[in-house]
Design a protein around this ligand. Structure first.
Ligand SMILES: Cc1cc2nc3c(=O)[nH]c(=O)nc-3n(C[C@H](O)[C@H](O)[C@H](O)COP(=O)(O)OP(=O)(O)OC[C@H]3O[C@@H](n4cnc5c(N)ncnc54)[C@H](O)[C@@H]3O)c2cc1C
Length: 416
């Protein structure tokens, strides 16, 4: 079924009885050419591009729960490409370009909204750092604008300019950044992949790998063994746990990150705003809720919920930058499991086991990466060579010391 304005009007007039399921619910086949483990954004995008861009067939996505139940449906929906380092910026700019045409590409309304992102500057040193970042972005074909304090005030007058512990001295804006409705991304890719023949198998947990003489022959699951020529992990926060079943110890830790939504308010925040003197970012959903988040909880966990001290910490940062947030009521909060890598950057690579591939380490920035991650992973799976924008995302960068440490924090996953 294709979506169109005509179809929406027809359904509105006929009681919405003509909408069918968006994807099939097939039984697993005994063997596939490609098995992708994890029905999150990255796994589904990989399956979609494998067929659409690389002409591959006979593909399954194996998901232990339901489509959209992981981080793809739990994040704060921010997309941007405001990175500094060469290993990162071309990849994230590629992703932003894919976001720009995504809804037309998969014919699904994912509410891609390029309402802009503004990183606030609070010190002269930070202005220098953001100027450098903005220049690096422009050199890589992205857009960036440096604003002074008065220009920021003209755009977002409700911030704390006059009585702030950390005065606002300017901002780095990327006008093409913004937000996307997160779960619709999972649904759009799932529907697009299913239409092209991909089997999306939900409620099927991968419990192990069948590896013979250094070659991965398939996966053990809660619904039995499924054979495959190539097996590709894309399970985000569960990466270490899953890959340990193939005997691999990853340079990664799992941490909780929380998100928060207030009651619906009238439109107040024009785009995404990030605090530069603490970790806090906020935007406003189309329903009116303020959507915000901050630091990870800071301890290893596989729980999809967080703790109260972090709630307090995030809200304090919110109050510091935007005191009026204290008058809004928090409706809900939740947590997701982050695959925090040692340098804060991801991995899209083959493993040392033939036929077994890995995609993970997205920390809390993997939503914006979804289209490019899917495309580059599909490229690797189909051609056995890395895509040009994802060449740096290799396992052996830790062995050789070529870390992509965007934040300059060193090998400390809890700080990235
Ligand atoms: C609170 C929060 C806020 C965030 N905000 C942003 C943001 O604003 N911008 C941004 O760019 N990023 C953000 N992120 C990060 C982003 O959401 C993730 O990096 C990204 O979604 C991870 O990729 P994914 O969508 O494939 O993961 P997931 O949706 O988690 O997909 C992985 C899937 O694998 C499945 N799985 C796990 N183990 C198995 C198994 N053994 N067998 C079968 N299936 C399995 C899981 O059930 C899950 O569905 C945020 C994350 C959180 C939690």
């Amino acid at each position: 079924m294709r979506f169109s304005g005509f179809k929406v009007i027809k359904e509105a007039l006929t009681g919405h009885k003509g909408w069918g399921p968006q994807w099939r619910n097939p039984e697993p086949k005994p063997h596939y050419d490609f098995i992708i483990i994890g029905g999150g954004g990255h796994g589904l995008a990989t399956a979609y591009y494998l067929v659409k861009e690389f002409g591959q067939k006979n593909i399954a996505v194996i998901e232990k729960g339901w489509i959209g139940g992981g981080n793809v449906g739990r994040n704060t929906t921010i997309i941007r490409s405001n990175y500094l380092l060469d290993g990162n910026e071309p990849f994230y700019e590629f992703s932003l370009k894919l976001w720009e045409g995504l809804e037309q590409d998969f014919n699904y309304n994912a509410m891609v909204s390029q309402r802009g992102i503004l990183n606030l500057i609070h010190s002269d040193a930070q202005r220098d750092a953001f100027t450098r970042r903005g220049n690096a972005m422009i050199l890589n074909g992205a857009d960036a604008v440096l604003l002074n304090a008065e220009e920021v005030r003209a755009e977002v007058p409700f911030l704390n300019f006059d009585d702030a512990r950390f005065p606002i001295k300017g901002g780095l804006a990327q006008r093409r950044g913004g937000t996307v409705r997160h779960d619709a991304v999972a649904w759009g890719y799932a529907r697009g992949a299913d239409q092209r023949g991909v089997d999306i198998i939900q409620n099927c947990e991968v419990t192990g790998f069948r590896i013979e003489n250094g070659v991965c022959k398939g996966i053990e699951t809660s619904r039995g063994f499924i054979g495959a020529n190539k097996v590709a992990s894309a399970v985000a926060g569960s990466s270490s746990r899953l890959m340990s079943k193939a005997g691999m110890r990853l340079p990664m830790e799992s941490h909780v990150l929380q998100a928060f939504v207030t009651e619906g308010l009238k439109p107040v925040i024009p785009g995404v705003i990030t605090f530069g003197a603490g970790h806090f970012y906020v935007s406003q959903s189309d329903k009116g809720g303020l959507v915000f988040g901050g630091d990870i909880d800071g301890y290893n966990s596989y729980a999809q919920r967080g703790n109260l001290p972090t709630v307090e910490d995030v809200c304090e940062s919110g109050m510091a930058i935007m005191p009026m947030i204290g008058r809004s009521r928090l409706l809900r909060s939740w947590g997701g499991i982050m695959d925090m890598s040692m340098d804060g950057s991801p991995i899209i690579d083959k493993t040392h086991i033939d036929g077994l591939y890995f995609n993970g380490g997205w920390c809390y920035g993997g939503f914006k990466a979804t289209p490019a991650s899917g495309w580059c992973y599909a490229h690797l799976l189909a051609t056995d060579t890395p895509h040009k924008t994802a060449k740096a995302y290799r396992f052996d960068r830790f062995e050789h010391g070529y870390m992509i440490d965007e934040k300059g924090m060193g090998a400390q996953p809890n700080l990235h």
